[in-house]
Design a protein around this ligand. Sequence first.
Ligand code: NAD
Ligand code: MG
Length: 394
Amino acid sequence: MTRAISIFGATGSIGQNTLDLIRRNQDAYRVVALTGGRNIDQLAADAREFGAEIAVTCHDDLLDDLKTALAGTGIEVAAGTQAIAEAADRPADWIMSAIVGAAGLAPGFRALRHGTTLALANKESLVTAGPLLMAEAAKHGARILPVDSEHSAVFQALVGEDMTAIERVIITASGGALRDWPMERLYGATLKDASAHPNWDMGQRITIDSASMFNKAMELIETHEYFGIEPEKISAIIHPQSIIHALVGFKDGALMAHLGAPDMRHAIGYALNWPDRSPLPVDRIDLAQIATLDFRPADEARFPALRLAGDVMETGGHAGAVFNAAKEVALDHFIAGQIGFMQMAPVVEATLDVMSRGFRLTDAINTLETVTETDHVARIKAAEQARHLQEKRA
Ligand code: NAD
Ligand code: MG
């Protein structure tokens, strides 16, 4: 039987890796919806190749280009944020949520209502609205499968285990592009410096987030939200080789690690084939050749984002949505050259601080609209904080 699948963020790094796996076994799948952004050529080419039912770009102004690119194919086309959310209503057995940023929340949330299995790469969904998303899945009997490599690793280490026997979870971090720089130099890191990842080939934003460890901070929060593990049991460690992706420690002292080549098709493939395992086109690691696996503590002075993640988990409520929005704004300002690399964390910290006054940060998030509102306010506040820092810097 063929499985109906949709990919949100099909033209991105995760989306393309997902299509790569589908391509190798095309008869097993029927592609329903593919969505993308400005890269209309890629979106149209993929829609044609996989005979998608519908192709959607999030940009209204690109609808005509998409129509032209798919003229005569019989493939439906649509544009805009609403059209992307509606595409998630189309019946599918499995959906990949791989839009980058807070925009990825709505379509995944919508798919859960239909009981669809959600392969979740979009980490912002769990960070901004973890409890809401998990409750929605439970309500509709839908399953969420983690696609972030660390969470897929934890998920695999937990197969058949008793959740109450977990003592600790350690997720690994490559340390990013600047891991060997002395701390003083980090203040002068440029966009180019932060955009070269030593191990993983990923989108630009997540690559910079790796260098600042905002990515790892998001992942600590994701671990807490997805597995329901207490913040004090979750930590990150620098492991430059990116061979071990995560470890789970149990109350008898045993530590179970997941090892694999740094290739996202591991995690994507596990979610695609779950609960089975099927062959994947990933490199097999040769331990004798690797010879050593190194570890270093993840220093919170060097990576303040990790400390902020701890605060966010303790605060709960709206803190994740504020953290994520402020992080995105800080990143935009860094990419635009308006603030320095080490000014991103102060923007996020100041935004959390400002919003903890006169705003009930600890209130539970009950609706998707609340997440959107908090996101909106946090972006305005974060932009103000970034401006303050920019003025100080000038
Ligand atoms: P990417 O930038 O390569 O691709 C993003 C996709 O989202 C593209 O298809 C783009 O067109 C689409 N998009 C961007 N903005 C949009 C918007 N406002 N509305 C609708 N669509 C939009 O990103 P990526 O590296 O593939 O990452 C996707 C998600 O997966 C992110 O949340 C990221 O944190 C997560 N993730 C990525 C990796 C990785 O290795 N790349 C690993 C773990 C988790
Ligand atoms: Mg990851």
